[in-house]
Write a protein that binds this ligand. Structure first.
Ligand SMILES: C[S@@+](CC[C@H](N)C(=O)[O-])C[C@H]1O[C@@H](n2cnc3c(N)ncnc32)[C@H](O)[C@@H]1O
Length: 312
């Protein structure tokens, strides 16, 4: 029997098996996959890519990450949330703002078109090169930098924005301390992330569906970042902290297929379920996609806070 996932301390008491029961000690025949468990259940757009957003340049699959971001950033709810984040920054023309973990630089360019002076930071050389390649005449710069060591003077910014970055960070508290340092008193911070335990998919086998979704959630370094925002921002000293949840229903075949595959691959990789169980679960999801009955819901949280104008 393979070991239970390390992060939940064996929450499921053993691997879920094709028979839908749990493998126990000494039950050697259970949980054995009929495909190698390291092989993605799916093609190149598999989970093993998504979780490596913390070090894109080390993957050798930079183009896959670019393609992934390109698809996500065009989704209607993502576009609308991005615009909402600009309003929440409440910037004035000429203000200086950073988009951290900027990826393809789309938010940085859109923000620059609204008047502020924008700098996009990303730890990945490949992402910064791609962001620069996509940028034309806008007053926007891009630089390679880690979220916890931004090449900015103290109090340099009126606004700080980061979307889908904090869920990948080893130390979100250090990142927030850096945000505090570079924000001027009165400056505003806006963060956007999912909470991955708030991601649900309808499925026949409740325990398998739960296992897969929790395996997926736990494989993201900070899968609970959405619910942690209030505590993290408040503890870091930000004022007027607000955390705004946004849930979107997902029924489209393309997005549904991708999400179901990502979750199943992650759960197999985390050894929460074996590949046979995950494969059966995916078959059920595909049948739902074909019948038009697939349903998932994802919750993003937007966190807003300000560096107080007066010293603490
Ligand atoms: C999921 S992508 C999101 C990109 C973009 N913000 C968006 O919403 O489309 C996460 C980005 O953060 C970058 N990143 C990951 N860890 C980082 C770190 N420690 N410091 C700065 N950027 C980082 C990745 O290279 C990647 O471009």
């Amino acid at each position: 029997m393979r070991k239970p996932p390390s992060r939940d301390g064996g929450r499921f008491g053993g691997l879920l098996t094709a028979a839908g029961r749990r493998a126990g000690p000494g039950d050697r025949s259970l949980g054995e996959p009929d495909v190698p468990h390291n092989a993605p259940l799916v093609g190149s757009d598999s989970y093993s890519g998504l979780k490596r957003f913390d070090d894109v340049d080390a993957t050798g699959e930079e183009a896959m990450f670019v393609g992934f971001l390109e698809r996500i950033e065009q989704l209607p709810d993502v576009v609308a949330r991005r615009r909402r984040s600009y309003e929440l920054l409440a910037l004035r023309p000429g203000d200086r703002v950073a988009d951290v973990g900027c990826g393809l630089g789309t938010a940085a360019r859109e923000l620059a078109a609204l008047g502020p002076r924008v700098i996009g930071f990303d730890a990945s050389e490949a992402m910064v090169a791609e962001a620069r390649r996509r940028s034309g005449g806008e007053s926007v710069e891009f630089a390679i930098a880690d979220v916890s060591a931004l090449p900015l003077e103290d109090r340099a910014l009126a606004g700080y924005r980061a979307e889908r970055l904090y869920q990948h960070l080893a130390d979100p508290t250090a990142a927030l301390a850096e945000a505090w340092r570079v924000l001027a008193p009165g400056g505003r911070l806006v963060l956007v992330d999912q909470d991955w335990d708030a991601f649900l998919i309808d499925g026949d086998a409740k325990d398998v569906t739960r296992a897969i979704l929790l395996g997926f959630a736990d494989s993201i370094r900070n899968g609970w970042i959405g619910r942690s925002y209030h505590r993290l921002l408040t503890s870091a000293g930000f004022e007027n902290v607000a955390v705004l949840p946004e849930t979107v229903a997902i029924t489209s075949p393309e997005q549904g297929e991708r999400l179901a595959k990502l979750a199943a691959d992650a759960a197999v990789e985390a050894e929460v379920v074996d590949a046979t169980v995950a494969g059966h679960w995916l078959d059920d999801q595909r049948a739902r996609l074909e019948a038009g009955t697939f349903f998932a819901a994802m919750t993003h949280f937007i966190a807003v806070g300000g560096r107080p104008s007066r010293p603490r």
